[in-house]
Every structure is written in C-alpha cells, then in structure tokens.
Design a protein around this ligand. Structure first.
Ligand code: NAG
Ligand code: NAG
Ligand code: NAG
Ligand code: NAG
Ligand code: NAG
Ligand code: NAG
Length: 346
C-alpha cells in the first residue's frame, strides 16, 4: 500500500509567449497545464504536489471551480490533501485503526475548495522540476453543446433592431415546460445577449455602444469578459467604463480585443433585472481606405462572452444604410417620366 499526500495549487496566469500552433486562433497558445511534482518518495509513501496552470487569455474557471481526476496504477490511497478536496472517500474498509485515509478511490475526483473553506497553502520549498505535465486545450463543444450567448444589432442610420437569431441557444418549443426555469423566455433563449449599436458618426471618428445583458435568472457572472473581433479595433481611440486589452497575438494584426469590468464597479454582471446589464462605448478612428458604414462593415465579426462564441445574425439581415443616392435618383427619374407621360397626354 502506497500512501500519498497531495497538495494542489491553482494558478491563473495571463501570458503571451512562445509561438506554438494552437487550437483557438484568437488565443493560439492557450492551454491548461497540470504539473505533477514528486517531492519526496519512499517505498510506501510519497508527497506529491499537483499544480494547475490556466494559460488562457480569456477563459477563466467560473464557479463552482475546476474539477480533475486521475487513475492510480497501483493500490495507492490519498492519506491527506491540502488546497482541494475529493468528492468521495471511497472504500477504505481495508484500513483499521482510528485514522482512515482521506480517499481510497481508484479514480479520485478532485474539486476546488468551496469559497470560505480554510485554504491551506503551506510548503514554500518546492519543486523538483516536475516529473510529468499534462496539457489540455479548451473545447467549447465539450463544455456545452449549445451556445450560451447571442448578438443583436442596430445602427443610428436605420431604425430596424436586428434581434438575435431565433433559437440561437435553444428553442422554446423543444422544452417540456413552455420555458426552462433558468433563462428568461425569449425567441433566442440565450442566457447572455450582447447588443452592438452603431451610435454616432463624427468627422474622423465613429462611436459604438455595446450592452451585455444577463438573462440567466440563476446566475451572476463575476469576472466576466468579452472578446471582440472587428478590423477597426486597431484604431481604437477610447473604450469607456470597461478595461481593454488588445489581443494582438500575431504581432501584425490588431483586430481583436478583450474587454472586462472595472473592479467593484461592473466586474459582476448581475442577473436579469434592472441592473442586469453592463455597457461600454467605444470611439474608433475612421481609417481612410478601410472605414465604411456600407455592407455591414461597422458590425463585429465575432463576439465571445467568457470565451464562448456568441451567435450572430446573418449578414443579409444586418441594418442597412438607406440607399439614399440610388433611390433619390430613381424617384426623380420616375417623377420626370410621369411628367413626360403627363405632358404627352396633355
Ligand atoms: C502552454 O502555454 C504556455 C504559456 O503560453 C506555453 O509556454 C506552453 O508552451 C504551452 N504548452 C503547450 C503544450 O502548448
Ligand atoms: C470494500 O472493499 C472490500 C475489500 O477491501 C470488499 O470486501 C467490500 O465488499 C467493499 N465494499 C464495498 C461497499 O464495495
Ligand atoms: C513540463 O513543463 C515544463 C515547463 O512548464 C518543462 O520544462 C518540462 O520539460 C515539461 N516536461 C515534460 C515531460 O513535458
Ligand atoms: C446576484 O447578486 C444579487 C445582488 O448582489 C443578489 O441579490 C442575488 O441573490 C445574486 N444571485 C445569485 C444567483 O447569486
Ligand atoms: C494594438 O492596439 C493597441 C491599442 O488598442 C496598441 O497598444 C498596440 O500597440 C497595437 N498593437 C499593434 C501590433 O499594432
Ligand atoms: C434597415 O435595415 C433593414 C435590414 O437590413 C432593411 O430591411 C431596411 O430596408 C433598412 N431600412 C432602410 C430605411 O434602409
């Protein structure tokens, strides 16, 4: 019987290093690395330190926290654990005496400590460099098969508000009850809606307003973030009420940015209700040669909320510029034509 003492550490690391090929083009180096450090080992006992590193730019581990598991190859048991806990103790009947092991499962499931639990962070003197590492990449499909967010659009030059596509996250008809209890009923059924409004045009700049609404009645999102892809972000002049960081992971292209709340002000997106939204306005420079309000160029290419892709309306549905030049010409032509006809008749 090998007895193991396990120490677990979780690190949230914002980094942008080494150009390796990645899974998410917006965060090409993203990964979660799990490091297993054998600190001390005798034939019948070992001390192990397990460290989890979150090397993702915009995916944080939300409540209730992370969850991890491994398989023991032999008959190891966990005698004690700090910094995390197992979900089950398992079958420890083999052991006699007053003190039983902490966990006898063959595949222990380890979870983050609940908030408020005493967080025992001992052992400053680590590590031997890591005996092995596991690296994982995030998959939205595995995390949730349904989208969790959608985008609606509007613009000052057109009074149509283009809503989130129908059934973006779910369909009302498909659920057994008319509406699931978790999300406010809507035709898109998304817990999060991001509205992009092209608000104003100045001589050299234009202004966009973004509103994120929480329609999930069961959840307050703390430390939320948005990732926005728009070619004009390379000339962002100012973003109000949110923090902004360019995600220029390739160095030569700067069309993606991350926005997140200001601490103690709007870093928590409260659940549906009067205060269930956060807003920002951004001022962007009209770069000659690229900027235009035509063809939906002023609308975002992609938006992600907490790392999950938001469903966008179809480009054909985007608010269109009134085709003033063409229609004015057409109507004056019609007017001339009818005048001509009238004259001919007279
Ligand atoms: C994981 O991310 C870190 C930080 O960006 C990077 O140094 C490391 O090489 C990555 N590992 C893999 C296997 O991609
Ligand atoms: C626990 O393990 C012992 C053998 O170590 C076995 O006899 C017993 O049936 C197990 N109990 C359960 C509930 O699986
Ligand atoms: C584990 O990762 C560290 C850096 O994070 C690296 O130095 C080491 O070579 C890696 N070990 C293995 C077995 O991949
Ligand atoms: C969300 O926060 C509000 C205000 O702090 C609180 O009243 C509400 O109970 C919270 N809801 C959840 C599900 O935690
Ligand atoms: C990207 O834009 C940010 C400001 O929004 C700027 O600080 C940064 O230098 C730009 N990066 C590149 C590669 O142009
Ligand atoms: C506003 O945009 C909608 C959606 O593209 C379009 O159907 C409508 O004709 C536009 N309105 C005007 C006045 O151009």
């Amino acid at each position: 019987m090998r007895v193991v003492l396990v120490l677990i550490f979780f690190y949230s690391v914002i980094s942008s290093i080494s150009p390796t090929y990645g899974f998410d083009p917006l965060d090409p180096h993203a990964n979660i690395t799990i490091k297993w450090d054998l600190m001390q080992s005798t034939p019948d006992a070992s001390d192990v330190r397990v460290s989890l590193f979150n090397y993702q730019l915009y995916r944080h581990i939300d409540q209730p926290g992370w969850r991890m598991s491994w398989d023991w190859t032999g008959d190891e048991v966990i005698w004690n654990m700090w910094g995390a806990e197992t979900t089950e103790q398992g079958n420890c009947t083999k052991f006699r005496g007053t003190q039983l092991p902490y966990c006898c499962e063959k595949s222990p499931v380890i979870i983050d400590l609940m908030p408020g639990a005493p967080y025992n962070l001992q052992t400053a003197n680590c590590c031997k460099g890591g005996t092995w590492n596991v690296t994982c990449a995030y998959s939205q499909f595995l995390a949730s098969s349904n989208p969790t967010c959608c985008v609606s659009l509007s613009a000052f030059y057109n009074n149509t508000i283009v809503p989130c596509p129908k059934c973006s996250c779910n369909c009302q008809e498909l659920s057994h009850t008319k509406c699931p209890v978790k999300v406010i009923c809507s035709q898109h059924m998304c817990p999060i809606r991001v509205h992009w409004h092209v608000k104003q045009s100045y001589k050299e700049y234009w202004r966009v307003k973004m509103t994120v609404t929480n329609l999930n009645v069961m959840k307050n999102y703390s430390n939320w973030n948005l990732v926005v892809l728009h070619p004009n972000l390379e000339s962002l002049a100012q973003a109000f009420s949110f923090n902004y960081r360019a995600l220029d992971q390739y160095g030569y292209i700067n069309d993606t940015g991350m926005l997140w709340g200001i601490r103690d002000y709007n870093d928590v997106l409260l659940q549906a209700g009067d205060k269930g939204n956060v807003q920002t306005e951004m001022i962007l420079h009209k770069d000659p040669g690229t900027f235009t309000f035509r063809e939906g160029w002023a609308f975002p290419r992609r938006i992600l909320f907490n790392g999950d892709e938001c469903v966008m309306p179809l480009p054909d549905d985007y608010p269109r510029l009134p085709n003033s030049g063409h229609s004015a010409l057409a109507s004056s032509f019609t007017f001339l034509l009818s005048l001509l006809v009238l004259t001919t008749i007279l």
